[in-house]
Write a protein that binds this ligand. Structure first.
Ligand code: ADP
Ligand code: MG
Length: 248
């Protein structure tokens, strides 16, 4: 089997004739953490949803976890943990009830053990009876991560998982991400935070649905002649606006 967890070319999606994802190539090696960055509306969420089989692309070919991601979208979905921007928890269920509900959705054998393991892993055991709706942003995010790990996915697609979460909780979340990667789980994660981008093995930067840069943070800074990563992205999006915005 390929050592790429994601190997997709030409990913494209149009709405009302406008290509919001335009021929995006995405290659992610197994066990790597790749950051997905770009301005609001650049096509990150749409790309992630196509990669995990939730949204049908207009074009694009390739494999996710060694499976044809278009023809075998249902099989891909079962092996991918997808964390949405808005977390998607049931606010009037407790932490344990949320996890148990998801374990039922996946028809998991030995649900109780799986839920216990997820509670332990994310440090949620002592809070398991608290209602999800009463949790702070950082704890909601932990619960959301526990939920998307429950079915033991080999690939995590995380869509701005730390948006609006305090810095300490963000650091702890990233410690978890690195721990998961050492266990062989592959992570593609969108973020707006530069400190998080610096913690990724590689970055993919998109604007107007097109990939403008990819590589390590150091590569991207060097190639663009910028002083730091944020400056590099400002330059890249400035060039893209000159090139594409009129035509888009
Ligand atoms: N279901 C949809 N119908 C029409 N336009 C959409 C839909 N989903 C996303 N878009 C548009 O596609 C573009 C990319 O959106 P999105 O993938 O959410 O970007 P990002 O996650 O990078 O902010 C935006 O202009 C957005 O308004
Ligand atoms: Mg988004």
């Amino acid at each position: 089997m390929s050592d790429l967890a994601i190997d997709v070319r030409g990913l494209t999606k149009a709405y009302a004739g406008r290509r919001v994802v335009d021929a995006v190539d995405m290659q992610v090696a197994r066990g790597r953490i790749v950051g997905f960055l770009g301005p609001n509306g650049s096509g990150k969420t749409t790309s992630l949803r196509m990669l995990c089989g939730l949204l049908t692309p207009d074009a694009g070919e390739g494999q996710v976890l060694g499976l044809d991601f278009r023809r075998r979208a249902a099989d891909v979905k079962r092996q991918v943990g997808y964390m949405t921007q808005k977390f998607g928890l049931y606010e009037d269920l407790s932490i344990r009830e949320n996890l148990d509900f998801i374990a039922r959705l996946f028809s998991m054998p030995d649900r109780r053990a799986a839920v216990d393991a997820a509670l332990d892993r994310l440090g949620l055991a002592t809070r398991q009876k608290q209602l999800a709706g009463a949790l702070s942003g950082g704890w909601k995010q932990r619960l959301a991560l526990a939920a998307c790990l429950l079915h033991r996915p080999r690939l995590l697609l995380l869509d701005e998982p730390t948006a609006g979460v305090d810095p300490k909780a963000r650091r702890e979340f990233w410690d978890q991400i690195h721990q998961l990667a050492t266990e062989g789980i592959t992570v593609l994660v969108s973020t707006h935070y530069m400190d998080e981008a610096e913690r990724c093995d590689e970055l993919v930067y998109i604007a107007y649905g097109r990939v403008l840069a990819r590589g390590t943070a150091a590569d991207i800074v060097a190639t663009s002649g910028a002083s730091d990563l944020e400056d590099a992205f400002v330059r890249l999006v400035g060039q893209a606006t000159d090139n594409y915005a009129g035509a888009a």
